[in-house]
Design a protein around this ligand. Structure first.
Ligand code: GUN
Ligand code: ZN
Length: 440
């Protein structure tokens, strides 16, 4: 048995705060403690209570910093670690000019292993303890992804992209190989340790109807796997998609008609939707995923969070690296705030921090395991410092409430504000500076 007692200012959510005054939605303890035991949170409460119950546990004192559940990123591309910040294009050109050529490099196992290690270092450095990732078309990229997640004991979701057309040589599978590889990867990794396989048809443009049928079979045969794809990100994408599936009523209808929608389905972007598509999202319980830094970077458009929520739809929020411009969920909340501002919608900091933790966990149906500091859940904990930079310290000096302090973190924070990250109860923030990668 390994036990650690963390001391600090404890913040955890029980549900989404209705507004800034909804104090029943969360627990905040000024002198709080978490007892971590064997990868789980054994106890959570005031330091006085918890220390009395575990007098022998070694104490790590994180005061005056905040302790929260680790961030959850519900849409990110593992093979795009060296695509982030590629200049000057909207979605389809960006994919063809930068992203697809880069992803062809993941045919090489050694490259996959090197990049997986670098990718997970970045996640942890930014306080992200769970992510839902697109790997490349190559089986080797998924092997490297789950091997690294397993080594670090991180709760990770991901899968091989299915793509059998409209992509360069070396980056296409076939309906049969895509099915067979996915099947083998599910057998090997799904439900092993903290790993969850995600069936991943990239988007309708890169999958033939025959491949969509195979994706449908995979989803039907593995109802406990998540499903992820992209939806209505960009006007040119939508127009091209309509020519490829002329019988479909709209973009979402393609995924709907192949049985891909449901509460385990994550739909990246979902910006330009018709009323019928919104009805279908609501009826199937599928989850749009808001990717603000990406949507601004590619000039894709503004996600209508309030409009979808008004229909009872639960949205995720995510970085979408490498079209997204930061691994930081704090920076994602920052840009998310601004995207909503442009539409007269609001995002209170308490709602924002709920979203990046318990909210995204609920989108994945995993809030009983991750996203809170509740006893019995997995010990993925981050330590946040609202005075991480001089500019943040100056502003935090004038903050008089928790919400104000959180808003400084939301607007100004990044990896520098992440003091420590506990993954399965183990301190894990990568301290070492990034080495030059051997093959880059
Ligand atoms: N649509 C299909 N593939 C991608 C991708 O890799 N990134 C983004 N932002 N959109 C996509
Ligand atoms: Zn994406």
């Amino acid at each position: 048995m390994t036990e650690t007692l963390l001391r600090g200012r404890l913040l955890t959510f029980h549900r989404e705060p209705a507004d800034g005054n909804d104090t029943d939605a969360f627990t905040y303890i000024e002198d709080g403690a978490l007892l971590l035991r064997d990868g789980l949170i054994a106890k959570s409460g005031t330091f006085a209570d918890i220390a009395a119950q575990a007098p022998l546990a070694p104490i790590t004192d994180h005061r005056p910093h905040l302790m929260m559940a680790g961030f959850i990123d519900t849409h990110i591309h593992f093979p795009q670690v060296q695509v982030i910040a590629s200049w000057g294009a909207q979605l389809l050109d960006w994919l063809n000019n930068y992203t697809f050529p880069e992803e062809t490099r993941f045919a090489d196992e050694d490259h996959c292993a090197l990049m997986a290690s670098a990718f997970f270092d970045q996640l942890v450095a930014h306080g992200t303890t769970t992510a839902v990732a697109y790997c490349s078309v190559h089986k080797a990229s998924v092997e490297a992804f789950f091997a690294e997640a397993t080594r670090r004991k991180m709760r990770m979701l991901g899968g091989k992209v299915l793509m059998d057309r409209n992509a360069p040589d070396g980056l296409r599978d076939t309906p049969q190989t895509g099915y067979d590889d996915s099947k083998a990867l599910i057998e090997r990794w799904h439900g092993k340790g903290r790993n969850g396989y995600t069936v991943t048809p990239r988007f309708a443009i890169t999958s033939t109807p025959e491949q969509m049928e195979m994706a449908q079979a995979l989803v039907a045969e593995h109802a406990d796997c998540h499903v992820q794809t992209h939806l209505s990100e960009n006007h040119d994408e939508i127009a091209y998609t309509a020519t490829l599936y002329p019988q479909a009523r709209d973009y979402l209808d393609i995924y709907e008609s192949y049985g891909l929608l449901g509460p385990k389905t994550l739909l990246g972007h979902a910006i330009h939707l018709t009323p019928r598509e919104i009805d279908a999202l609501a009826a199937t319980g599928s989850h749009p995923v808001f990717c603000p830094t990406s949507n601004l970077f590619l000039g894709s458009g503004l996600f209508d969070n309030a409009g979808l929520r008004a229909r009872g739809i639960r949205n995720g929020i995510a970085t979408d690296v490498g079209a997204g411009t930061s691994y930081s969920m704090l920076q994602t909340l920052n840009e998310g705030y601004k995207v909503l501002q442009l539409q007269g919608q609001s995002l209170h900091p308490l709602q924002a921090f709920h979203w990046a933790t318990r909210g995204n966990a609920a989108v994945l149906g995993m809030e009983d395991r991750i996203g809170t500091l509740d006893p019995g859940t997995e010990a993925d904990v981050i330590i946040l410092n609202a005075r991480a930079t001089g500019a943040m310290a100056l502003r935090t000096d004038r903050a008089t409430t928790l919400a104000e302090e959180l808003f400084v973190l939301q607007m100004m924070g990044d990896d520098r504000a992440i003091e420590e990250v506990y993954v399965s109860g183990k301190p894990s923030k990568a301290q070492r500076p990034r080495q030059k990668l051997a093959d880059s």
